[in-house]
Ligand binder design. Structure first.
Ligand code: ARG
Length: 382
């Protein structure tokens, strides 16, 4: 570290903690960056099962991710955290627990946990509030424990922080459509898309369920994607929880809806990125157009041909970028076509090596959670 950089980091840690973030583009001051350490390919459960016969984890098997993959991802995550710190952004990290352990509630037992990536899935910051999502995988039921040290520090440091947790779900068999994957995996693409459109997927409506990463924040407007991990009841819960916001439920033409942040990506006021393969529903597009927003169709990701080992993400992870402010975007270093496209809209691009993190569930947006951005709640759709 140069003297200048150390001074910046020292200044940062002296600055009082403040939880405040209303959208994805205001100037970033404080962020959480996830960790790959200890991640496991989780044991099969009704919500999800992983089948990677070529990568050492055929259906039904589970266990720690290969150590070389963990080391490489950790290095990229650490470098990214250091890059943010050099830019004067404060960075916190979660504390992993032993994810190989069995977990249980009085109603079920599950043979493994998952990890503490991606933090965006679990924590939703809206203004001065950090909300712990319900989650809908049994393997992720206790993931909040990894973030409790950070959350406690935020709570102690910022007297106006609101620390909230959505009702912990029961996740009994009643929360899942029995045999869903066997049926769904055999449908044609058209049939799968129809199921997504009608929102008839793995989750039942037995209780509210949502992942934080299914929520896109645009100031007063919050867009909640109904997905494999977010149900209608979860959307209703969010709506009642944020009475000062307009909370919209959206679906996308995507056979595997899971987290909105590679599909409908806020760039700056008036500009949203749309990952073309997965046309967002017409109503959503209309809503943005009526309000004079420009919808940019993302170019095909460079990673199109590249499916990393053990990854459950699509190439659209390319669009999973982190804004440092409304003119500066962190983009995975291999995604040159996308970087070029966005430079054309006036963005300064910060290339970040991050491919090794993909198999741990995410890109630059998923791997982070905003704690503080400058700015206030604005209505971008008046
Ligand atoms: N499921 C998305 C895809 O495969 C990736 C979204 C990851 N986002 C996240 N917050 N984990 O394209």
């Amino acid at each position: 570290m140069t003297t200048k950089q150390s001074a910046t980091a020292a200044e940062e840690s002296a600055r009082p903690v403040r939880v405040n973030s209303w959208n994805g583009w205001d100037p970033l001051r404080h962020v959480v960056v996830g960790r790959a350490e200890g991640t496991v390919v989780q044991a099969p459960e009704p919500a999800v099962s992983r089948d990677y016969p070529d990568d050492g984890f055929p259906l039904g098997t589970y266990g720690p991710m290969p150590p070389d993959m963990v080391a490489e991802a950790e290095e990229q995550l650490d470098n990214f955290a250091a890059l943010l710190e050099r830019r004067g952004i404060r960075v916190d990290r979660p504390t992993p627990v032993d994810f190989t352990q069995q977990v249980a509630t009085p109603e079920w037992t599950h043979d493994s946990m998952f990890g503490c990536m991606p933090p965006r899935d679990l924590l939703l910051t809206v203004g001065n509030e950090v909300l712990e999502a319900t989650m809908s995988y049994r393997s992720r039921w206790f993931e909040h424990l990894c973030y409790r040290p950070v959350l406690q520090r935020l709570f102690d440091g910022d007297p106006s922080m609101r620390w909230e947790a959505a009702p912990k779900p029961r996740l009994t068999d009643a929360s899942y459509n029995a045999g869903f994957w066997d049926v769904f995996n055999k449908l044609t693409t058209e049939e799968q898309l129809a199921r997504v459109r009608d929102y008839d997927l793995v989750l039942t409506e037995a209780e509210p369920l949502f992942d934080a990463a299914d929520v896109a924040r645009f100031g007063k407007d919050l867009f909640v994607q109904l997905s494999f991990v977010t149900n209608r009841s979860g959307y209703q819960w969010l709506r009642r929880h944020f009475p000062d916001h307009r909370v919209h439920a959206v679906t996308s033409t995507n056979t595997h809806p899971l987290h909105i942040d590679s599909t409908w990506v806020p760039l700056r006021p008036g500009l949203v990125l749309h990952c073309g393969e997965r046309l967002a529903d017409a109503e959503l597009m209309e809503f943005f157009k009526l309000n004079d927003w420009e919808i940019v169709e993302a170019v095909q990701p460079a990673s199109w041909q590249h499916s990393p080992k053990l990854s459950f993400c699509s190439p659209w992870l390319a669009a999973n970028m982190l804004n440092l402010d409304e003119n500066t975007l962190c983009v995975e270093e291999n995604e040159l076509p996308l970087a070029d496209q966005l430079s054309g809209y006036g963005f300064e691009i910060v290339p970040v090596p991050f491919r090794a993190v993909g198999p741990f569930g995410g890109g630059l947006h998923c791997a982070t959670v905003d704690i503080e951005r400058e700015g206030t709640m604005q209505d971008y759709f008046p």
